[in-house]
Ligand binder design. Structure first.
Ligand SMILES: NC(=O)c1ccc[n+]([C@@H]2O[C@H](COP(=O)([O-])OP(=O)(O)OC[C@H]3O[C@@H](n4cnc5c(N)ncnc54)[C@H](O)[C@@H]3O)[C@@H](O)[C@H]2O)c1
Length: 337
């Protein structure tokens, strides 16, 4: 298939493009490079041996997006492009609503107009809001605790309505848990701009000497060691989930939500310990207060994705840490430019 991947130069997108190309698909990337680098696309080409077509276009630019659709005639879409920093979304709600909602609406309209109705959408476990009962199952009510989270809830609702109105749409909303790690080659990885919001890039930046110490946000949560518990999923396993979802949508259609997680929760201190075991490097840390909006624990029940997609993620935390470290060591300052 010819698959258009929005946000394909980003962290999860770049790993997914490699998986799609390895499976024989032709990939067109649409990315405005607002949070990524064109070098990631060169690295994708290097790993997969095929150069994906890159269109540097903002999804909010409707005309430019429609032009890409007319020129490339995609058969399916994987939609990653979004702003994703929870705290930033609280401070800049309109920017988040504009980018994520207008970008999404333009994309879905372009799809309808160009007779392309197969979509895999990057949703998030953030749609479970305060995570009432663990493990999290797809049937739990959705709500959000940040403007970022609301954009995911709202886009899922829009896609539900779209499928209800026209059963030709084939849509999978993938609710990611906590993507971590890097491509085993060390050539692709997570390259956050500024202070990392996520734990593992923070750890690897400390280990490589870019930051003095890690901040552990909160140590008095009601968890076994007091630190937050999350379901960490290797980014390559996550990328493979997109291929599995596309296959399932091709076979059966429908609108679906699938949790992509491992089903296991690990605390911040457990991740630090796993990193130290995997690399032999000590990670100095200090404990600070919990971040507003952070919940104590979140982990998936991934059984629906296991059964319906024939997919599962069980890469160990040590392998995740070793891969993340290989990437950070080889690219201490992230991608060039
Ligand atoms: N990383 C996580 O922890 C996580 C967890 C759950 C869900 N998600 C979702 O997965 C998706 C990918 O996340 P990521 O971690 O790879 O983020 P990322 O920032 O690395 O990738 C997103 C890409 O989209 C591009 N982009 C943003 N707005 C755009 C626009 N208007 N037009 C064109 N391109 C645009 C950025 O330049 C970037 O390359 C996002 O939708 C995110 O909300 C991420």
């Amino acid at each position: 298939m010819r698959i258009l991947v929005t946000g394909g130069a980003g962290y999860i997108g770049s790993h997914t493009v490699v998986v799609l190309q390895d499976a024989g698909h032709e990939v067109v990337i649409v990315d405005d490079l607002s949070n990524s680098s064109a070098s990631a696309v060169d690295r994708i080409a290097e790993i997969a041996g095929k150069v994906p077509e890159l269109h540097q276009v903002d999804l909010c630019d409707r005309d430019a997006l429609f032009e890409v659709f007319s020129r490339t005639r995609p058969e399916a879409i994987v939609h990653f492009a979004a702003l994703k920093a929870v705290g930033e979304s609280v401070a800049q709600p309109l920017r988040y609503y504009r980018n994520n909602l207008i970008g999404g609406l333009n994309l879905f309209e372009a799809m309808g107009e160009h007779d392309c109705r197969t979509l895999v959408f990057s949703s998030s476990c953030t749609v479970y809001g305060g995570a009432p009962a663990l493990p999290l199952r797809e049937g739990a009510p959705t709500w959000a605790v940040s403007p970022y989270g609301w954009t995911k809830v709202m886009l899922e609702q829009i896609l539900t309505d779209l499928h209800a109105a026209d059963g030709r749409w084939r849509i999978g909303s993938l609710r990611y848990f906590n993507p971590v790690g890097a491509h085993p080659s060390g050539r692709l990885g997570e390259d956050p701009r500024g202070m990392p919001n996520n734990l593992l890039p923070f750890i690897t930046q400390v280990a490589v000497g870019r930051r003095e110490r890690l901040t552990v946000f909160g140590a008095d949560y009601p968890t076994p060691d007091g630190t937050c518990v999350r379901d960490y999923i290797h980014v390559v396993d996550l990328a493979e989930g997109h291929l599995a979802a596309l296959r399932r949508l091709q076979d059966r259609g429908g609108y679906h939500t699938w949790n992509l997680g491992t089903g296991r929760g690990h605390s911040v201190l457990e991740v630090i310990a796993a990193f130290e075991r995997a690399t032999g490097i000590a990670v100095p840390y200090e404990v600070a207060g919990g971040r507003p909006g952070d919940i104590a624990a979140s982990y998936a029940d991934p059984s629906r994705a296991n059964e319906e997609l024939g997919w599962r993620s069980d890469t160990s935390l040590e392998t995740i840490c070793a891969d993340a470290w290989r990437w950070q060591q080889a690219n201490p300052d992230g991608y060039p430019n």
